[in-house]
Design a protein around this ligand. Structure first.
Ligand SMILES: *Cc1c(COP(=O)(O)O)cnc(C)c1O
Length: 437
């Protein structure tokens, strides 16, 4: 048995652990057995991960958008342990509890006004499934079951389950191999690149045409607002998001915005949709919801959507996970929101944006680099060819930084609490990687 380690591990213990890991444990998008060992992390504090041999790395990934306050935060720890002393979990069918109610109150308060109803799911992927189900059930309840397809834009990422995969980018996305077994939805081209780019009238015209062509069979439009995450780390101008809202209104469609990556300030506004002053009918939250502590997601909807579903034949929303509204996760999520709003998160995000922008200036000139872009606390170096993950990670580690590239994308979304100096380290790593491509 591998002993549970509190501190460092001996090289022998580490090798035993890694060997078992390689042979028996799946990692995200990884082969089995693993081709290369994962790095052994034994603890994390502030913005640093500590490896088994004592090496410390500045986390440039926030554990995939989530750990916005860094690790081992005393206030978040206290929220978990405080709740743990009361109850770790209790079923949500027929029961409720203060952590769930407090969190839901908070979410209704801080999300755009028409969003008033909250469904707690256990991961972002399930949260998006719930959003899709809400949209489909809404139309079934209205006696319009033919409204069952979704309109989306290419370049999107909405999760790994089958309903979600069907709205991920069908070509460059990670799920093209399943196309033949997925629901067939309607895809518009990706929004043109560039947060500040002038809107492309031809693109907007094409979008409107596509929606009009399929309007009778569409239930909803689904998109990530402003930043498309794992589908390509692409930023687009607010006008395109406004166009999606207008098109939805014109044809009576619901607008689902997946804020799982963009939510809680990452793009420089609290919500991605704030950039465009657009309000969705259904909104998905996850990732930073719990400050990176536990898995939890929330799908919010308007009174109209909820009333529509409930007035239908089923009379209920047909979903209910076992760990719905887990009290530990709900408690830490409330604490994370309190912490975020108690600090000048906007200044923190702006400061990260400023350092990344100035330090990555020039990185686009390296021959292997196709594009460099920064928005809020997100920095992206897009290579011309898929990168060698191992060598990119080694360069980052030589700079004392943890980065995890995928495909052609080397990117960072640091914890908001990174000091200027720590962001400099991350940017220096990205520069060196850009040069090496
Ligand atoms: C990560 C992500 C998801 C899926 O969330 P999981 O918690 O990984 O299931 C869905 N949508 C977007 C935009 C994401 O970034």
């Amino acid at each position: 048995m591998i002993p549970l380690q509190l501190g460092r591990m001996s090289p022998r213990e580490t090798e035993r652990m890694l060997e078992f890991d390689r042979e028996h444990i799946w990692h995200p998008y990884a082969p089995m057995p693993a081709a290369v060992s994962a790095l052994p992390v034994v603890s994390a504090s502030g913005v640093r991960l500590t490896l088994a041999d004592g090496t410390e790395l500045i986390d440039g990934m926030s554990s995939w958008w989530a750990a916005v306050h860094g690790y081992n935060h005393p206030k978040l720890n206290a929220a978990v342990t405080g709740q743990l002393g009361k109850m770790a979990h209790v079923m949500f069918g027929g029961l409720t509890h203060p952590p769930a109610v407090r969190l839901a109150e908070r979410l209704v308060e801080i999300t755009p006004e028409p969003l008033t109803k909250v469904f707690f799911a256990d991961s972002g992927s399930v949260g998006v499934e719930v959003a899709i189900k809400m949209a489909l059930q809404f139309w079934r309840s209205q006696g319009r079951p033919e409204r069952r397809r979704l309109l989306t834009v290419r370049g999107g990422y909405h999760g790994d389950t089958f309903g979600d995969m069907a709205v991920c980018d069908p070509v460059n996305g990670m799920h093209h191999m399943f196309t033949d077994v997925l629901a067939q939805h309607v895809f518009a081209p990706p929004p043109p690149l560039g947060y500040s780019a002038d809107p492309d009238e031809a693109y907007l015209g094409g979008l409107a045409e596509l929606a009009a062509e399929h309007a009778g069979e569409l239930a909803a439009i689904i998109a990530e607002p402003i930043v498309q995450g794992a589908g390509g780390m692409r930023f687009y101008a607010p006008e395109y998001l406004q166009a999606l809202r207008d098109i939805a209104d014109e044809h009576g469609l619901l607008l689902i915005l997946d804020e799982i990556a963009t939510g809680f300030g990452r793009t420089g506004e609290l919500w991605g949709c704030d950039h465009a002053e657009v309000v969705p009918d259904i909104m998905c939250l996850g990732k930073a919801l719990t400050g990176g502590y536990m898995t939890m997601a929330a799908t919010l909807c308007t009174d109209r959507v909820a009333d529509g579903i409930t007035s239908g034949e089923a009379g209920v929303l047909m979903h209910g996970p076992t760990y719905m509204a887990n009290p530990l996760a709900a408690a830490v999520a409330s604490a994370s929101i309190d912490l975020l709003l108690s600090r000048d998160w906007r200044d923190e995000v702006d400061a990260i944006e400023a350092v990344l922008t100035s330090e990555l200036d020039g990185a686009a000139d390296f021959p292997g680099v196709a594009d460099v872009r920064v928005l809020g606390a997100i920095g992206v170096v897009e290579a011309r060819e898929p990168v060698d993950v191992q060598s990119v990670q080694e360069i980052a580690m030589a700079h004392g930084v943890w980065l995890r590239p995928f495909g052609k994308l080397v990117y960072t979304m640091p914890p908001y609490v990174c000091t200027e100096d720590e962001v400099h380290h991350i940017a220096a790593a990205l520069q060196a990687i850009a040069e090496s491509l």
